[in-house]
Design a protein around this ligand. Structure first.
Ligand code: DQQ
Length: 539
């Protein structure tokens, strides 16, 4: 066990060792959640990519299985890259993935379970006539990857999209097929100038009327469609809500000024290459996202592993705002909650920091609600301040109405601390604008780690209190504001705020307002990770 072993998480998905990146082919099959992922069996840096595989009954406790798809054919010898699963109406599973060929051309390949009666789907077969798709004319050999889950068109064909770019324009290409072996190119679903390569595109329906998830690709009244693209240029996942037209295979954003890549992100921290799937068992749509490291590559090599996956999130339309999605950790994570401590209406004067005694504080689920002094809001003056989480001074910079929130993974002296907080600005138009941020600038005394400040604007509606949820797991802090309207995932590498020395505090750094906070804090048990016996594919 290396010196850095406390950075390993206890309830986030990660392999035993080595490098992991994108989530691949998630699905629910014969009573099991299947999760595949980009994996380097040979080390803690990206390379030699194959598909790791694990199964779970509850998306939290896992069994690691043998590698599912390895790189052993000319059409994937330079990597078995990202792909998606489709479950056909008769229960058959289709896996499409990108192969990086012997000449580093990106092609799409077909694989399927060797034994469909095996609920664990241990063995996979590659179609004998792979590849099934090569880059079309006009598309660069290295810009054609990450096929989506397929859906049925009105015409009765299966349709997928694949991410690409033309010049600086990010695009999603549309293909139709009857058998997943031969395809017809239909055109471009959507394009946004200036956004560069679209990796790991996703397209899925959300209900504007109901609180359940929708199967790929439901359509009709009360349904909107979300496109997500992972922008290779800035390494963030952007989505937009719009309307999908089956007939002319296009998608139109509700609001072109917040189109893909220029508008809303899934997460304002570190979160990339995310993929959703429809859980037909619980009728919900679930989002997985790859959480990389924010330390140095040398540190990753030393600790022998790199990357986590987010706690899977249910994903829904925000029916209150109509402009954004709601992401929330799957309810199963709550089964790990133990030792609840409640703090009821704790009053914080301007400038106060208050310790919260919760015992061991390295694995936590925190729910916090804040009420800001009404008088302070009434007295607030309109300001010209152009606040942004990244651009302003972080949790140490004081304003009239913020920042206030929670300090996690903090040591007793606050030499190390990661504030998760709100900041309110009264804008020139007289409206209040609320920001939700995570400040990593003092998260660690280590010098080889990224110490950015993350965050964004978060919609707050009339009459709502400010609320946040924070999942803390050693070296990851996943935060959700206003029930999941805005999310921030941060990786932090404390050197002091570890083991028993980690603490939680409330803070109010506003200069003019007192804030009342009520919290429920649970310690979190560790999830169970088992290893499939006699796995010869992982050494
Ligand atoms: N990761 C895969 C690609 C994908 C990228 C390769 C996104 O298929 O575009 O590991 O992180």
């Amino acid at each position: 066990i290396s010196m850095l072993s406390w950075q390993r998480t206890s309830f986030h998905f990660q392999p035993e060792k080595n490098w992991m990146n994108d989530p691949n082919g998630p699905m629910f099959y014969k009573g099991w959640y299947h999760f595949f992922y980009q994996y380097n069996p040979k080390g803690a840096v990206w390379g030699n990519i194959v598909w790791g595989h694990a199964v779970s009954k509850d998306l939290i406790n896992w069994m690691h299985l043998p590698l599912a798809i390895v790189s052993d054919k000319w059409y994937d010898i330079n990597g078995v890259w990202t792909g998606s699963a489709t479950i056909l109406p008769d229960g058959q599973v289709i896996m499409l993935y990108t192969g990086c060929t012997n000449e580093s051309v990106q092609v799409q390949n077909l694989a399927y379970p060797a034994d469909a009666s095996d609920p664990l789907l241990i063995n996979w077969v590659k179609y004998s006539n792979n590849p099934v798709l090569v880059p079309p004319p006009g598309i660069n050999d290295k810009d054609f990857r990450d096929p989506t889950t397929a859906w049925l068109t009105a015409e009765g064909k299966w349709r997928i999209i694949i991410g690409s770019k033309m010049g600086r324009e990010g695009i999603a290409l549309v293909y139709d097929t009857n058998d997943f072996k031969t395809y017809e190119i239909e055109g471009i679903l959507h394009a946004v100038p200036g956004t560069g390569m679209w990796e790991c595109v996703d397209l899925f329906p959300v209900s504007t009327e109901e609180s359940n998830g929708l199967a790929t690709l439901a359509n009709g009244p009360g349904v909107k469609h979300v496109i997500k693209a992972s922008l290779d240029d800035d390494r963030n996942d952007y989505y937009a809500i719009g309307t999908y037209y089956d007939k002319n295979h296009t998608w139109v954003p509700n609001n072109p000024s917040i189109d893909i890549g220029i508008g809303i992100r899934y997460d304002y921290g570190i979160f990339y290459a995310a993929k959703t799937f429809y859980d037909q068992d619980k009728e919900r749509r679930i989002l997985w996202g790859w959480i990389g490291e924010s330390d140095s590559e040398a540190a990753d090599v030393k600790k022998g592993w790199a990357s986590l996956q987010s706690i899977p999130r249910t994903i829904l339309m925000d029916r209150k705002t109509g402009t954004n999605l709601i992401q929330w950790p799957v309810e199963e994570v709550e089964s790990l909650r133990v030792n609840n401590t409640d703090f009821d209406r704790v009053e914080m004067k301007a400038g106060e920091t208050i310790p919260l005694d919760v015992g061991l504080a390295t694995q936590l689920d925190i729910i916090a609600e804040f009420e800001i002094d009404k008088e302070a809001l009434d007295k607030a003056v309109e300001s010209n301040e152009t606040f942004s989480c990244e651009g302003s001074g972080g949790a140490a910079e004081r304003g009239a109405l913020g920042p206030f929130g929670v300090l996690v993974l903090a040591d007793e002296t606050l030499a190390e601390q990661t504030p998760v907080y709100f900041y309110i600005v009264k804008a020139k138009d007289g409206f209040f604008k609320t920001f939700f941020c995570t400040d990593k600038s003092r998260s660690s005394e280590a010098t080889d780690v990224n110490k950015q400040i993350y965050g964004s604007f978060v919609p707050v509606l009339e009459g709502e209190n400010l609320s946040m949820r924070i999942l803390v797991d050693h070296s990851i802090i996943e935060s959700f504001a206003q029930g999941g309207r805005s999310c921030i995932t941060a990786r932090t590498y404390p050197t002091k705020a570890i083991h028993e020395a980690a603490r939680v505090f409330l803070f109010n750094n506003a200069t003019n307002a007192s804030v009342t906070a009520s919290l429920k804090i649970w310690q979190m048990d560790s999830a169970d990770f088992q290893i499939y016996p006699n796995d010869a594919t992982r050494q």
